[in-house]
Design a protein around this ligand. Sequence first.
Ligand code: 4NP
Length: 149
Amino acid sequence: MKSILFVCLGNICRSPIAEGVAKRLACENSMALEIDSAGTGDWHVGEAPCANSVKVARQNGVDISGLRARQVQKSDLERFDLIVALDDSNYDNLKRLGAKRLVKLGQYGFEGADVPDPYFFKGFEGFEEVYKMIEKSVETLLKTLKDNV
Ligand code: 4NP
């Protein structure tokens, strides 16, 4: 296992958090992993992560402000060793695009649950919940990979 791609819908709220958390954990655990994120949609290509995601990550010591949104490409599905979908809709879209080494983040400690999309949440609390869920599941995912890196 050398590379992981986290995929949500817009690549501005959830998957950038997963990318930032995974990069930090990989670094702390001396795991040589390439980690990236992308969205199935193209509406936000080139944009920085949404303000609430930047804020909640920063409060937890993770700087994601420099990330920029991109849309998942077919070549990503060949190139990355593991594609991690944030919810069922992302999973189904990736499957349709031909992803094979595909899992859902919620499989790692959340019984396969979706990481809810906080884009339409009114408050900041939703982002704090989403952050906690992403942090825990990414931690569990990386633990399961550790022996193989
Ligand atoms: P994300 O959130 O998939 O976690 O980045 C969203 C961002 C934008 C949109 C939907 C979800 N949108 O419809 O533009």
